[in-house]
Write a protein that binds this ligand. Sequence first.
Ligand SMILES: *Cc1c(COP(=O)(O)O)cnc(C)c1O
Length: 402
Amino acid sequence: MSAEIVVDLAAIRHNVKALAAAIGTPVMTVVKADGYGHGMVEVARAAREAGAPWLGVATLAEAVELRDAGDTGRLLCWLSVPSDDFAPVLERDVDVSAYDIAMLDRIAEAAARTGTVPRIHLKVDTGLSRGGSMPVDWRELFEHTLAGQQAGLWTFVGIFSHFASSEEPDNPANESQERVFREALALLDEVGLVPEVRHIANSAAALMRPSARFDLVRCGIASYGLDPTPDLGPDRHHRVDLWPAMTVAGELAMVKHVPAGAAVSYGGHWVAQCDTILGLVPAGYGDGIPRAAADRAQVQVAGVRRPLRGSVCMDQFVVELGPTEEGLHAGEPVVLMGPGHDGEPTAQDWAEATGTIHYEIVTRLGGRLVRRYRDSHAESQAEAPTEPSGQSGQSGESTGGI
Ligand SMILES: *Cc1c(COP(=O)(O)O)cnc(C)c1O
């Protein structure tokens, strides 16, 4: 078995339902970037099964792929370039985003070719300074949108923005961005445009900033069971029980003894201080394992966390099992990361070890890692009859070890 990414679709369904229940506002499940490394189509299907009324992606190509895989609910895409053709998404009934008048006109041109009436969400920049219309341009953009709507070119359905620092709920930038968003809403009203959905909150804001929920929130990271505010103390924490959906596991390709003084992996930066035992893990930076994890991250072998030693290579890396681990052999299961319920490292542990965020850790995984899906709920249902009485119905344990 080569190293694999195991995604628990029951965890995705649980998270989508738990977020909807906790937030009380309709939730768009964000499945861009191949579902943050979990598999876009499979995650989307699980989210819909759990009742997700909206899905969100970045690119037009992602939206097309979802539709061609059979997705039929409301779906928004929000990132395009001038050479993109909107026709394929309009033909597939996807809601589209416009940042400026030129983009609106490109959408209208594709609509004319396809005989469709696009549903438009305007993106306004409230302080992130990334995509979206700057306040100085809003009146002209809104008036153009109204004129196009009156001419039957499109239907205006939404206005949205995006926070810069929502994972820090006390950062004054959140207050400021929400205030600027409300200014945009007031101007919309003045111009005479009525939005169906106003949305600005991502996962962290949806959970930590009720005033920013408006009509719809866009939850990416929390849908995968990863904590959107990992740096907040438990006292400040949201109370939603999120289940991490991803586990990365494999088996040791080799186990061997090396003498004190052995220099491990490229460059020989780590040198064994005593006779010790090493394990070879068959995944590397070609599969999205960060090179920055060298000597910093850990994996779990035989229930114990073991440190990475030496450079992470393209296809493999080395862990130290320790001088006394005579019982471990090639083929021994290794868990690189998982929910953490059984002591294995989490995506957040890898992020802290490598100076990044868990978003990047899970999203970059891929390469030759095989993605496999499981359904811990169905598994626990199937197991229930064979369990001793009194043991069944432990659904709370269903995300346990793999
Ligand atoms: C990626 C993205 C989201 C989801 O953010 P999370 O922090 O993962 O919840 C929401 N909105 C936009 C515009 C995005 O690009």
